[in-house]
Design a protein around this ligand. Structure first.
Ligand SMILES: NC(=O)c1ccc[n+]([C@@H]2O[C@H](COP(=O)([O-])OP(=O)(O)OC[C@H]3O[C@@H](n4cnc5c(N)ncnc54)[C@H](O)[C@@H]3O)[C@@H](O)[C@H]2O)c1
Length: 267
């Protein structure tokens, strides 16, 4: 006996993870995680706007995507510059459609023992990792609220959930924790108006930002021995999480921090 209150058709899996026709803007898309996200979102059907402080690197990402016969454009955009962020989102709306997926990814690291960390370095990290994330979310939010739909994916870190980094890095921990708080606050504020806001909290991934770490063989062995899945990752390890949070597959998911950390923070 079927009862329509409890028996439902499963969704069409071919479309569940598709974002065809959506405009997806990626910050820090010139390399690493941002470039991977741009390529993955394009393969999921989006028109991708690759942005980066390094405009040439963003252009290269867009060219890679177009080389696959998919849609992409590039903009030079410094996430810490309010005028550049506002202008880029407006230009995208004029040239394409309003942004409906934001991969809010640009981030930097300035490591030092906390008692020696200069205000200049602290401010530089706060500017990119927190203020930049806010500015892009705010501008994306304006366009998304006008459409009544959108998905914002912030990039935090497992170090936003845990303080025990390998070397002192207080500005990174503080800003990544703040991104998790910002994610929750925006999810609650904008949820009733159709906008979902989540973050991804990755483990160590092999990119330019972790170059020194990955070249220390002894340290890598220690890290791998600690990680429950016994390994670190590469940006492609985030592909599933990125498509999931961008697409209808996560329609009921907002305000969450999705750990992709090999079980690191489960310890
Ligand atoms: N690689 C890892 O192990 C790891 C782990 C957890 C979280 N993350 C986070 O993922 C994000 C991307 O990291 P990644 O490893 O790809 O780093 P990356 O250094 O390889 O790339 C960062 C990109 O951001 C750009 N960028 C820097 N400052 C910018 C600014 N002001 N405006 C616009 N773009 C700017 C850079 O030009 C670069 O293209 C960062 O937020 C980082 O904190 C990385």
């Amino acid at each position: 006996m079927t009862d329509e209150r409890y028996d439902h058709e499963p969704p069409d899996l071919a479309n569940l993870f598709r974002i065809d026709g959506k405009v997806a803007l990626v910050t820090g898309a010139g390399t690493g995680i941002g470039r991977m996200a741009a390529r993955v979102l394009a393969r999921a059907g989006a028109m991708v706007i690759a942005t980066d402080l390094d405009g040439d690197a963003a252009t290269e990402t867009a060219e890679q995507i177009r080389g696959e016969g998919l849609g992409a454009a590039a903009y030079a955009m410094d996430v810490t510059k309010e005028d550049q962020v506002t202008a880029a989102f407006n230009q995208v709306k004029e040239a394409h459609d309003p942004v409906s997926v934001l991969f809010n990814n640009a981030g930097i690291i300035r490591k030092a023992p906390s008692e020696e960390l200069s205000l200049e370095d602290w401010n530089a990290v706060v500017d990119v990792n927190l203020t930049g994330v806010f500015l892009c979310a705010r501008e994306a939010g304006k366009h998304m609220l006008a459409q009544g739909e959108g998905s914002i994916i912030n990039v935090s870190s497992m170090w936003g959930h845990a303080g025990g980094g390998l070397t002192p890095n207080v500005s990174y921990h503080a800003t990544k924790s703040a991104v998790i708080g910002l994610t929750r606050a925006l999810a609650v504020e904008w949820g009733p108006r159709g906008i979902r806001v989540n973050d991804i909290a990755p483990t160590f991934l092999r990119t330019r930002i972790t170059q020194a770490l990955f070249s220390d063989q002894d340290l890598m062995r220690e890290i791998e021995a600690f990680a429950p899945l016994r390994r670190t990752g590469v940006p492609a390890d985030l592909a599933g999480a990125i498509v999931y949070l961008a697409s209808p597959a996560s329609a009921l998911v907002t305000g969450t921090s999705l750990s992709v950390d090999g079980g690191w923070t489960a310890r």
